[in-house]
Design a protein around this ligand. Structure first.
Ligand code: NDP
Length: 450
């Protein structure tokens, strides 16, 4: 007789929680997973998946415009937001059903409702108590919005996926992933788009050349970007909103969206009373084995605020299960995580930025190229591509690859394998290109420019 109802009780059925639950169940572990909102979490419901569908929707205008250069005559096109939302909702419901099926098939008990951690081995959901040997917190994060007068008027990315109608003008506050992705989507759909960012560069943690290039491409497309600014108040005029900026200027729009980061979902469900340690932004502190200071409680994914990306949460779920329930623990290499921003043009990157590399190594060579992609020689679209490679001269190791341009995420995903495998510049140079592609530029970068 085992002492507990379950071996592992997972709280949060997002990317990381579901992966951990399914993998653990596959090893014969008795697993339950509690979810209060939607199966699939942020990524499936209000993140990566619907966002990417919106990105596709927003690219058609350019594609229609490009067609004439290739001999096509395209009829008058119109866009229907309601129809996009309905189709998107249908696809998300399909994915939720897939998640449900996968969990059921692997033998995981799904508990619907808000979980409360009562003690180190007990979880309560809707008045029912479940005892468990271990608890895994995978509760993700939630949009953070700073306080300011008029805060009640704003929306966040969560709301954008369910808007009743598309605004004609929008102000987007922030300069991170979500701000630039939504700015590109909305601009592509014909919305007059203004970004208000407190910093002097978009995407501060990315390579500087990449940030500058993206900002100039976005501006050139017609997106207005105000840097070094902040909103002091938002006022409603009845049919619009006026944002007051710190320099006294005002911007008027039909909608104001805040994309100012996300806060870990770590409070209000019992962890404080148990003494689970949080950091200054409320992220759950874990050791390298995802264990909190309460030994039976683990946490992974965005609630630990380390690398807040879906594939990382999934990898952490797998790493935790391997550690706890198998003899082959495989730690994650957090240094070579590729990432993409689905702005237009898109960004993708793996490894060190030039600045990070210069801090770490005394001898850095930079290879760089920017060009008009072949399609745009006839398309009439004035969008360029930038590629950058960061190499340590003494070892010839490629330690960073960065790209802005069409298909960048698809290209860098493949390149990330080479970086992970420790490829040198000589290996890149000895690789035959695929012609004509943009990707071949990465194997034909001749001379260091810095
Ligand atoms: P980010 O951390 O990427 O960006 C937040 C932005 O908001 C920054 O520009 C930041 O400025 C600004 N900001 C923060 N606080 C304030 C404030 N009080 N007032 C004004 N501006 C402020 O967060 P996002 O919300 O864009 O996205 C959250 C996370 O979700 C991302 O970091 C990423 O991990 C993940 N994500 C990943 C995606 C992908 O993989 N493609 C897509 C979308 C999200 P500053 O730079 O000055 O701090």
């Amino acid at each position: 007789m085992t002492q507990y109802d379950y071996d592992l009780f997972v709280i949060g059925a997002g990317s990381g929680g579901v992966r951990a639950a399914r993998m653990a169940a596959g090893h014969g572990v008795r697993v339950a997973i509690a979810e209060q909102r939607y199966l699939g979490g942020t990524c499936v419901n209000v993140g990566c998946v619907p966002k990417k569908l919106f990105v596709y929707a927003s690219q058609f205008r350019d594609q229609f415009d490009s067609a004439a250069g290739f001999g096509w005559t395209v009829g008058k096109s119109t866009f229907n937001w309601t129809s996009l939302i309905a189709n998107k909702n249908q696809e998300i419901e399909r994915l939720q059903a897939v998640y449900n099926g996968l969990l059921q098939k692997s033998g995981v008990s799904i508990v619907t409702g808000r979980a409360q951690v009562l003690d180190a081995h007990t979880v309560e959901v809707d008045g029912k108590h479940y005892s468990t040997e271990r608890i895994l917190i995978a509760t993700g994060g939630w949009p953070f919005v700073p306080d300011m007068p008029g805060k009640q008027h704003i929306v966040t990315s969560n709301d954008m996926f369910f808007l009743k109608e598309l605004p004609k003008r929008i102000i987007i506050v922030g300069g991170g992933y979500i701000a630039v992705e939504f700015a590109s989507i909305l601009h592509g759909l014909g919305v007059n788009t203004t970004i208000c960012h407190r910093g002097h560069k978009l995407l501060q943690r990315f390579d500087e050349d990449i940030c500058d290039f993206l900002a100039s491409e976005m501006t050139q497309k017609g997106i207005t970007i105000f840097f070094n600014t902040d909103i002091t108040a938002i006022e409603s005029t009845g049919d619009a909103f006026v944002a007051r900026l710190i320099d006294g200027n005002k911007v008027t729009a039909d909608l104001v969206m805040y994309a100012t980061g996300r806060t870990p979902n770590s409070t209000g469900f019992g962890l404080e009373a148990l003494g689970v340690e949080l950091d200054s932004v409320g992220a759950i502190k874990v050791n390298s084995d995802y264990q909190t200071n309460v030994p039976s409680i683990y946490a992974l994914g965005d609630v630990t605020n380390r690398v807040n990306l879906t594939p990382v949460a999934i990898a952490e779920g797998l790493a935790l299960v391997n550690k706890l329930y198998t003899s082959q623990a495989i730690p994650i290499d957090y240094d070579t995580i590729p990432t993409a921003v689905f702005s237009q043009p898109a960004i993708a990157t793996v490894g060190l930025t030039e600045a990070q590399a210069r801090e770490k190594y005394p001898d850095i060579d930079i290879y760089k190229t920017s060009f008009t992609p072949m399609k745009n020689t006839l398309s009439g679209i004035d969008e360029k591509t930038l590629m950058k490679m960061v190499v340590v001269r003494s070892t010839d190791r490629v330690v960073g690859l960065h790209m802005v341009g069409a298909d960048a995420p698809e290209i860098i995903q493949g390149m990330a394998v080479a970086i992970r495998a420790g490829a040198t510049k000589a290996v890149f140079d000895a690789t035959i290109g695929i012609h004509p592609t943009a990707a071949e530029e990465f194997v034909t970068l001749p001379i260091a420019v810095a």
